[in-house]
Design a protein around this ligand. Structure first.
Ligand code: ZN
Length: 422
């Protein structure tokens, strides 16, 4: 299982069958450019001190790299490590008991009203010791790495009080140091109104704005600030005040937008200059066009529709045709426990009607843009981190096509081999 490499490595990957580089112009990909894989056949890649230094025909790269530890890919498919643009991976407990409720047709809101959903996980997470929380969270992250994720955005939002949210964000930060994973931390104190504030949600929003957000920012614990804009969670006005406070403290907005109802989430994301708006199942065309003008990336999360009773799938074709760049995330959470981006890519093709090329772009280079890590990861080009996957596949279309298999043969992180099935 995934281990942190001893040091940033030198490594040559030779005899790659299809190499998906996603080399291309700067900027998140939209429209037909989402289908441009930058595919090279018979390629090699050299990594030195953890960074990619040469990409080209295998024989040429080999002649430049004598004496370097070499992986013979034997015609395998190689692509950038997956970037998971949206997870709630830091929590304790589980909610498998809700599966039967879902099968009986109970909605997300009904389950929440009966004491399940986010509030149940908040209770479990608050009750966990720091060690329990760390062990459970790291276990999920190790399985994500084994399935090919090398960068993940991780949100707080299951403690919903100052000390608890800081505890979650510290564990998230530690994971990025202790595991072979680039971690992008997001503060999501506005995930739900905690039960103790149910009678006065305004007081909770004020606490976030006045106390929690400045504390998170002063400790440098989050790059982004996210809000769940939805009936029964946070109104547009409440979300705006949280996101503006985040911006004042140096955290760029992200928005859970229009997941269950059309509630103006896309419009709000555009208005506050969010880097992404996520879900977008019920967004208005006006809202999506405003996002495009604002440069807000659409993050789609088909795993949530797969696992939530009554949720439709997002119409990705409509979003791509409007010219928005699309990224993918797992939305790993106790509601939608998806640890593998390979299956997210499958769902994106079969249910969002994305082409395999678009889904893979959305799970790599566009997801890197969606988490602000585009300078470091998401494509196999000189100067980026040596984060790559060798798959037991010859053709990239096998990733969505071979349903729910783990095709990962080797995970390379910063030039070090962190998972190997050879
Ligand atoms: Zn989410």
């Amino acid at each position: 299982m995934a281990m942190k490499p001893e040091a940033d490595g030198d490594l040559l990957i030779a005899n790659v069958g299809q190499l998906l580089t996603f080399a291309g112009p700067k900027g998140p990909r939209s429209g037909t450019t989402m289908r441009d894989l930058g595919l090279i056949k018979g390629a090699g890649v050299l990594v030195e001190d953890g960074l990619i230094t040469l990409v080209g025909p295998s024989r040429e790269v080999m002649s430049e790299a004598r004496g370097v530890e070499t992986i013979d890919a034997r015609g395998r498919l190689v692509l950038p490590g997956f970037v998971d643009a949206h997870t709630h991976a830091a929590f304790a407990g589980s909610r498998q008991n809700e599966l039967a409720d879902k099968l009986e047709g109970k909605s997300y809101a009904e389950i929440a009203r009966e004491g399940g959903g986010i509030q149940r996980t908040v209770r479990d997470t608050r009750a966990a010791t720091e060690e329990e929380l760390r062990v459970e969270t790291y276990g999920r992250l190790r399985r994500m790495i084994a399935a090919g994720t090398t960068t993940a955005e991780i949100k707080s939002g299951y403690e919903l009080n100052l000390e608890g949210e800081l505890r979650l964000l510290r564990i998230i930060a530690d994971a990025g140091v202790e595991l072979p994973l680039n971690v992008v931390p997001t503060f999501m104190g506005a995930h739900a109104v905690p039960n103790e504030h149910r009678e006065n949600p305004t007081a909770y929003v004020e606490e976030l704005v006045r106390t929690t957000i400045p504390a998170v920012a002063s400790q440098g614990l989050a790059r982004y600030c996210d809000v769940f804009v939805e009936d029964g969670f946070f109104s547009r006005e409440e979300a705006r005040s949280v996101l503006e406070a985040g911006k004042t403290s140096g955290m760029r907005p992200k928005v859970h937008a229009d997941e269950i109802t059309s509630c103006g989430g896309a419009e709000l994301a555009a208005e506050v200059g969010a880097i992404t708006a996520d879900h977008l199942l019920h967004s208005s065309t006006t809202g999506l066009k405003a996002m495009k003008r604002a440069g807000t990336i659409a993050v789609l999360l088909p795993g949530t529709s797969f696992s939530t009773a009554g949720l439709p799938y997002c119409d990705a074709r409509r979003i791509i045709q409007l010219g928005l760049p699309v990224a993918l995330g797992s939305d790993l959470s106790p509601n939608s426990w998806l640890e593998t981006m390979q299956f997210a890519v499958t769902l994106a093709c079969y249910h969002l009607r994305m082409y395999p090329e678009e889904a893979l772009c959305a799970a790599t280079i566009n997801a890197a843009w969606a988490v602000g890590s585009e300078e470091e990861v998401g494509s196999i080009v000189e100067g980026k981190r040596g984060d790559m996957l060798l798959l037991d596949a010859k053709d990239y279309r096998e990733i969505p096509y071979r349903i729910a298999s783990n095709l990962v043969n080797t995970v390379v992180k910063d030039g070090g081999i962190v998972v190997s099935r050879q």
